[in-house]
Design a protein around this ligand. Structure first.
Ligand code: ATP
Ligand code: MG
Length: 448
């Protein structure tokens, strides 16, 4: 602010200074030329020449010789005096400089100028002038006061604006802080409303977006907990019922063995479910992409061997059509789980004497794995839900086959985590086709 004041009053002064300097130096030079043209430099010749400059309207005019002795002085008291001048401007002019000095004092502009006088390149004296200009002085003072007034008004405006701005800003910041505290207590329905169109407004939009996401993940989490406890409750209730029956009834050893066998099956189901839940939460936590390379065909062969007993029990024939060279970037355990879950479903939800066809091909840099079964199929309205946790099309049938509804959600998580894609198509009573696609891994990618 102070700088602005100094700067604006400086500009106005500079403007007057330049004009005055130019006009005074010009007058001095004209006088110098006139003096230089004189044949002799004495009181009479100079006085005669000076009469030519009357229209210069200067306050005081002094002409000196080269030693600084005054030859002419327009001041009445000094007109006839012969003295040595010691004004700094005269000393500087006798040192071959054009000099100008000015100041504003008591509302008047006081200016002094001096230039050397040369005759045939020899310095023979100097011309010194002073002016006392009250009109210009008043003008400068008025201008300076106006400038001061304007800048002072501007300063006040800036201060008022800063106070207003900082108040508004801190009020909005307090609102954000209070919203953060509200959300910290668990109220995800809270919405932050910040007016305006600035960074704070963008921040509030981001904040609301974040809260929405928190709300969604909180809903999913509680849904998962309630689904999981519901799923775990059923086998636990069966175990309780079966063991109570053994304790309360007098059973023969064969029935007891049967009941204990059922308890074992329920325990197996619980075991499988807890393993799948663990595997699911592990894939949801892991975000980092693996650098392990796996070949699909040998893993398919191994999974088929593992499931051959299931296929034989249902008389399902497995047809393979495998391209042996399909390296993809995925941990072997993940790939093995994906294939196991899909083939297990293909056998479990097939009909007696059905077929399960597995085709592996390379298409446009991708490994395409297609699993086609001739099973019960999935109704269209269920297709979009089969990858959800605990979802089963036919709950009773799935439970009887030991299904927990977790297999496909694990598959989808693992496929997507490893840059793959999965899709499904199905016709009820005809069969289901799952198609997986993974980018083929080329050796040079590793060196990048
Ligand atoms: P889990 O795999 O956890 O042991 P599950 O097989 O019931 O249990 P998912 O593999 O997630 O669970 O499958 C979800 C549901 O989708 C199944 O319950 C079944 O109803 C349906 N489904 C999955 N694959 C097929 C298929 N090939 N044919 C017909 N229905 C299928
Ligand atoms: Mg399954």
């Amino acid at each position: 602010m102070l700088f602005l004041n100094i700067y604006t009053s400086g500009i106005s002064k500079e403007l007057f200074f330049n004009n005055k300097k130019a006009s005074m130096i010009e007058k001095c030079r004209l006088a110098s030329l006139e003096i230089a043209s004189l044949d002799a430099l004495n009181k009479n010749t100079v006085a005669a020449a000076v009469s030519e400059f009357e229209n210069f309207n200067v306050t005081r005019l002094i002409i000196t010789d080269s030693s600084g002795k005054a030859i002419y002085d327009s001041q009445p008291n000094y007109t006839d005096a012969t003295y040595y001048t010691i004004f700094p401007e005269i000393i500087a002019a006798l040192n071959a400089n054009d000099v100008f000095y000015w100041k504003v004092e008591n509302g008047a502009m006081l200016s002094r100028a001096a230039t050397p006088v040369y005759a045939y390149d020899t310095l023979i004296g100097c011309v010194y002038m002073t002016e006392h200009d009250s009109v210009q002085g008043t003008l400068i003072s008025t201008l300076q006061y106006s400038m001061l007034g304007i800048t002072a008004a501007l300063e006040v405006l800036v201060i008022l604006f800063s106070i207003f701005f900082s108040n508004t800003y801190s009020r909005r910041m307090r609102k954000i802080m209070s919203s953060i505290r509200t959300v910290r207590t668990g109220d995800y329905s809270h919405k932050l409303k910040i007016s305006g169109n600035d960074e704070l407004n963008s921040l509030s939009n981001e904040f609301n977006d974040l809260i929405d996401r928190l709300q969604t993940s909180e809903n999913k989490r509680s849904q998962f907990v309630s689904d999981a406890s519901h799923e775990l409750k059923t086998p636990l209730a069966s175990i309780k019922l079966l063991s109570d029956s053994i304790l309360q009834n007098n059973m023969d050893i064969t029935t007891i063995k049967e009941f204990v066998g059922d308890i074992g099956k329920e325990a197996d189901r619980l075991n499988r479910m807890s393993q799948k839940l663990l595997s699911l939460s592990k894939t949801e936590i892991q975000t980092e992409c693996s650098r392990e390379i796996s070949y699909i065909a040998p893993i398919i062969e191994r999974v088929i061997r593992m499931l051959s007993e299931n296929a034989r029990n249902n008389n399902i024939s497995i047809i393979k059509n495998l391209d042996s060279d399909c390296p993809i970037q995925i941990p072997e355990d993940d790939l093995s789980q994906i294939i196991f879950n899909l083939l297990e479903n293909g056998i479990k939800y097939n009909r007696k004497n059905g077929k399960l066809e597995i085709i592996l091909r390379q298409v446009d840099g991708n490994a395409i794995l297609t699993i086609i079964d001739t099973g019960i199929g999935i109704p269209e309205e269920a297709l979009s839900h089969i990858f959800e946790r605990f979802y089963r099309v036919d709950k009773a049938r799935s439970r009887s086959t030991g299904g927990s509804g977790l297999g496909l959600s694990i598959v989808r998580n693992m496929v997507e985590k490893n840059k793959g894609k999965i899709s499904v198509s199905s016709t009820v009573g005809v069969g289901t086709t799952f198609t997986l696609s993974f980018p083929i891994f080329y050796a040079e990618e590793d060196t990048k």
